[in-house]
Design a protein around this ligand. Structure first.
Ligand SMILES: [Zn+2]
Ligand SMILES: [Zn+2]
Length: 444
């Protein structure tokens, strides 16, 4: 169709006016966007990238070859994956015994079937058959695709203090960081964080450090983690069935730990917000589903312009991501007025959006948890219900929260009525966790 440029601009103007009117009249379920809002939504170059930042392979205690694990994620629509074996980077020559390793003959047969073209390096035979584990660079060269699928090198720095395990993941690491040790759980975390921060400063290469599964071995309490400096990420959800995301009678859940940390960081320590991740911590890749630590349970969705470690880490440090165990979000809008959230609803599934937070003037007292004999045990202390209290609940796929003025922070959690197909704890429903934002009383 031919149109003069004047007519064309008039036509465009009418269309824009119509669009404005439509928005004014409808406004969508969450109404018009408040001024100065930060909108997390795919638009233009900005895309949601789905990824898992916690993965084990035969380089440590996983039961599959790295290239097979990369394929697993790639074929299920993930955009990125970070390998995080215990205290090792896959940057050197390493051979594995086919019969004796955790994957055994099953893993080997699957590997040969998927890579029949001479890709697999082997030596010996029969009982003595060995395969050379591919280095990160080899796996990445074979399976990464620019803009489509990104493999990232990482490490699970696996430390402990006395009997308490302390694990931190370093994403986009270029040189192994050995466990740094310390005189307490807190100090052990801080020493490892300091090593990662120093590495980043020395190389200029972006590196993300996060605290893994605080409740694994009841290793890390809210009080340990709340005062750590230089580390603003932790796993609110980890797919390993042994990490006790939900806590127990004596131990706070990871969500409770999160709220205590957020409150204390704002009110007492003047530290940045702590962001929550969901990860797989996959070790077992051959019998899915079963009750082992399998892939596909938890991931992050990161809003970035490009699929590179630099862009992803920058976005996460800005809080431009959410954690999920199944629920997908359309948008998260934060502003000086409040927090809005919209779910990408699935047919036949219902959603509940809960806004949680702590208000100024909250009761800050806490007590130790005691055993049957009345002795204090090493566990996150008990705080009042003012911390992480339910501020508002919305039934439906979209919800908005408007600040009343005294909130230190607000975060949102989405619960769905869809059962997680392969849950880490029995009976789990799919969820999503939006990142916390500071409320009017939490801004300095
Ligand atoms: Zn771990
Ligand atoms: Zn792990």
């Amino acid at each position: 169709m031919l149109m003069s440029s004047r007519l064309r601009s008039l036509f465009a103007g009418v269309l824009a006016l119509a669009a404005c009117l439509f928005l004014l009249l409808n406004g969508g379920p969450t109404g018009a966007k408040p001024a100065g809002a930060v909108t997390l939504e795919a638009e233009g170059k900005l895309q949601w990238y789905r990824g898992n930042l916690h993965t084990h392979s035969l380089w440590s205690d996983g039961d599959d070859y790295p290239e097979m694990i990369a394929l697993w994620y790639k074929e299920r629509g993930y955009d990125f994956l970070c390998f995080t074996d215990h205290n090792i980077l896959s940057d050197h020559e390493k051979w594995t015994d086919v019969e004796k390793n955790k994957g055994g003959r099953v893993a080997y047969d699957k590997l040969k079937e998927r890579f029949p073209d001479g890709w697999v390096d082997e030596r010996g035979e029969g009982e003595k058959l060995q395969v050379r584990l591919k280095k990160f660079a080899e796996t990445a060269e074979r399976l990464s695709e620019p803009g489509e699928f990104l493999l990232i090198q990482g490490e699970e720095i696996s430390d402990r203090f006395e009997k308490f395990p302390i694990h931190l993941n370093a994403t986009n690491l270029d040189e192994v960081i050995p466990p740094m040790k310390g005189e307490s759980v807190y100090e052990t975390i801080q020493n490892n964080v300091n090593a990662a921060v120093a590495r980043r400063e020395r190389t200029g290469r972006p590196l993300l450090i996060h605290l893994n599964h605080p409740n694994f071995g009841w290793g890390v309490t809210a009080e340990d983690l709340m005062r750590v400096r230089g580390e603003n990420f932790f796993e609110v959800y980890n797919g390993h069935p042994g990490v006790r995301n939900s806590g127990d009678e004596a131990h706070a859940s990871t969500e409770r730990i999160w709220d205590i940390i957020l409150t204390q960081r704002i009110a007492e320590f003047d530290l940045p917000l702590m962001y929550g991740l969901a990860t797989d911590d996959g070790h077992s890749y051959h019998r899915i589903p079963s009750r082992a630590s399998e892939p596909g349970r938890g991931w992050v969705m990161v809003l970035a312009e490009t699929l590179t470690p630099e862009a992803l880490i920058e976005a996460m440090e800005d809080g431009r991501f959410y954690a999920s165990s199944g629920v997908e979000l359309e948008s998260v809008v934060s502003s000086t007025e409040g927090l809005d959230l919209r779910v990408k609803a699935e047919p036949g599934v219902s959603y509940k959006i809960e806004f949680l937070g702590t208000r100024e003037g909250y009761d800050p007292t806490s007590e130790p948890v005691k055993d049957a004999e009345g002795n204090a045990i090493r566990a996150t202390r008990r705080y009042s219900d003012d911390i992480g209290s339910g501020l508002k609940t919305v039934e439906g796929p979209a919800g908005e929260y408007r600040f009343s003025g005294d909130e230190l922070y607000v975060r949102a959690r989405v619960m769905s009525t869809k059962q997680q197909p392969n849950p880490s704890e029995p009976g789990e429903f799919e969820r999503a966790w939006a990142q916390p934002v500071r409320g009017p009383a939490g801004r300095h």
